[in-house]
Each structure stands twice: as structure tokens, then as C-alpha cells.
Design a protein around this ligand. Structure first.
Ligand code: FAD
Length: 281
């Protein structure tokens, strides 16, 4: 449980950090909630750890250009209590509040969580349902990808070597939109055995927009497109929920088999859709 010896650097600017990441076996440190345990288990053995904690440009939550911009170093707790996020994209605040425990929420960051891409992490379900964008930066410049194209596989993202997550951008949820994040939490860690994030918009009693993001079930978070279409075509919550996870190769471990995960996905999707509908005006 002792990490390999490593150098520690804490750059004061983003440019300095990006310069350091251009070569060598370096890892960036955000909240350390996933990286430090991985280093202790020697699953990660970086020669140098670059701490992002002193870079002012990566912190903060702001509204600009009609978007909510969340700095990579915003902690889960800051996201959970942010007035801007609660007001403009409450689904994300709800998911943040369900992560781990108080200590994890105080230390862990959104940038670290999305970069780590644990298949049981909570944010990815909300981010794909919110059609969020992930802005990345390297010494060579910036680029942005849709959340649904960022999460590629278990612990695998669209990040290239030398790139950092700079911020997460989300368009505000329109007023009157219903939403819900439901999860079956692992009893030890709190990670999502399965988590389902739902957004719905109603007009004249009809569902005109449905977005469903799923985490925990498969190797990466995904949108349940067939279930979304069925809801928009007039199906009820239970009927639509039956399609959540259809065709997905489900994870299986000592705690939950693939079959049980599929069952959990349908149960939690039906609950999330029902609550989202009851919140939609
Ligand atoms: P770190 O651990 O510092 O880094 C994680 C990885 O991301 C490293 O590879 C690092 O190099 C890289 N990285 C960090 N920041 C950036 C960046 N800006 N750009 C590029 N790469 C970056 N998560 C959940 O979703 N739900 C849970 O219920 C949950 N329960 C937990 C319970 C426990 C006991 C613990 C220890 C963790 C739990 N987590 C859970 C994980 C937690 O949310 C972590 O905060 C998160 O996975 C990693 O964020 P971090 O800021 O700590 O990143």
C-alpha cells in the first residue's frame, strides 16, 4: 500500500502544467480520490505527479454565453450546492449529491471524475443526458467533444496524451423540464452499480423530449436512445424502461451479475422517468 517513489510538482499556471505534460510518465493530480489509491496499489506508477490544485484558471463555476461552465477542479460538493447549477442544470447537482460520502465530495473533482471514467461513476450518466460538452486543452490548443463521444470504454476517454480536461459546458435545462437521477448504490463505496439520469419535457400532456443517460451497466455511460424514442412516441415509464440497456453488454462482478444489472437498470429507469414526469410542468 505504499506508492512507488515519485516527483511532485505544483505549477501555478495552466501553461506551466501543460508544458510539463508534454513528455514523460507524468500524471495530473486533482482531488486524489482515485489516483492516490491507484498509486498505492501500484496500478498507476507515475514518475512525476503534477498537482492542478494551485491553478486558478481551472476552478470555479460560471454562466457565460448562455452556457454553464464548470471548471475541471470544481469539487462534487461545490457542484451540489452551486446556485448556478441548481438553477440551470439541477440534474447535475442531484447526481453530484449522490457521489460517495462527504469526504469524497469535498475532495473529488468533476475533471478528475470524467478523466478517470470509472464505468460506475455518477456524473457520466447526467452529462450524456444533459448533452454536455467536455472542453480539453493541451500545449497545442483546445478542443471540445460531446460527453457521449468522450466516454469511450472503462477508464478510457477521448483525452490524448498531454491533454487536460479544462471545463465541462452545459446548456441550461429549460424551465419546466422534469429531471431525476436514480441509482443503485454499492453498499461499500457508494459507486453506481447502475445509475440512470432522466430529463423530460411535456407539452399539452405529451412528452416532446426525453433524454436518458445510463452508467454502471456497461463499460461506458451511454444514452438509452430506443427508450427515449418510445417515451416521445407516447409509451409510459414502465414500457420505455424495458428498453433501457437493451443490446448492451452488461458488466458483471461479485456484487452484481450482468442479468441483475439489466434488471436494476429497468427498475431505476422506470423510477427516474416517473419522478421526472411528476416534476415536469
Ligand atoms: P484524481 O484521483 O486526482 O484523478 C483521477 C484521474 O484523473 C487520474 O488519472 C488523473 O491523472 C486524472 N485527472 C484528474 N484531473 C484531470 C484533468 N483535469 N484532466 C485530465 N486528467 C485528469 N465516484 C462516483 O462517481 N460515485 C461514487 O459513489 C463514488 N464513490 C467513491 C467512494 C470512495 C471511497 C472513493 C475514494 C471514491 C469514490 N468515487 C465515486 C470517485 C470520486 O468521485 C473521485 O473524485 C473521482 O473518481 C476522481 O476525481 P479526483 O478529483 O479525485 O481525481
Amino acid at each position: 500500500m505504499i506508492p512507488q517513489t515519485f516527483e511532485y510538482t505544483a505549477p501555478a499556471t495552466l501553461q506551466e502544467a501543460l508544458g510539463l505534460l508534454e513528455g514523460g510518465e507524468r500524471k495530473v493530480l486533482a482531488g486524489g480520490m482515485s489516483l492516490i489509491p491507484a498509486m498505492k496499489l501500484r496500478l498507476a506508477q507515475p514518475d512525476e505527479v503534477v498537482d492542478l490544485g494551485r491553478i486558478p484558471g481551472l476552478k470555479g463555476i460560471a454562466e457565460s454565453g448562455g452556457r454553464v461552465r464548470i471548471g475541471a477542479m470544481a469539487t462534487h460538493h461545490e457542484i451540489e450546492i452551486s446556485a448556478a447549477i441548481r438553477g440551470q442544470c439541477p440534474l447535475l447537482a442531484e447526481a453530484a449529491g449522490r457521489i460517495g460520502d462527504v469526504q469524497v465530495r469535498n475532495m473529488g473533482t468533476i475533471g478528475g471524475s470524467v478523466a478517470h471514467a470509472d464505468p460506475a461513476a455518477d456524473y457520466p450518466a447526467a452529462l450524456v443526458a444533459l448533452e454536455a460538452q467536455i472542453r480539453m486543452i493541451s500545449a497545442g490548443g483546445e478542443r471540445t467533444v460531446e460527453a457521449s463521444e468522450f466516454f469511450l470504454d472503462a477508464f478510457t476517454t477521448a483525452l490524448e496524451p498531454g491533454e487536460l480536461v479544462r471545463e465541462v459546458e452545459i446548456a441550461p435545462q429549460p424551465a419546466g423540464e422534469g429531471y431525476r437521477y436514480e441509482k443503485a448504490a454499492h453498499p461499500a463505496s457508494g459507486f453506481a452499480v447502475v445509475g440512470v439520469a432522466v430529463r423530460v419535457r411535456r407539452e399539452g400532456g405529451r412528452i416532446v423530449m426525453a433524454r436518458i443517460g445510463v452508467t454502471g451497466l456497461a463499460s461506458r455511460a451511454f444514452r438509452a436512445l430506443a427508450a427515449e424514442r418510445l417515451l416521445e412516441a407516447g409509451a409510459n415509464a414502465k414500457e420505455a424502461a424495458k428498453l433501457v440497456g437493451e443490446g448492451e453488454d452488461a458488466n458483471s462482478d461479485l456484487y452484481a451479475s450482468a442479468e441483475y444489472r439489466h434488471h436494476l437498470a429497468q427498475v431505476h429507469a422506470a423510477r427516474a422517468i416517473q419522478t421526472a414526469l411528476s416534476r415536469a410542468s
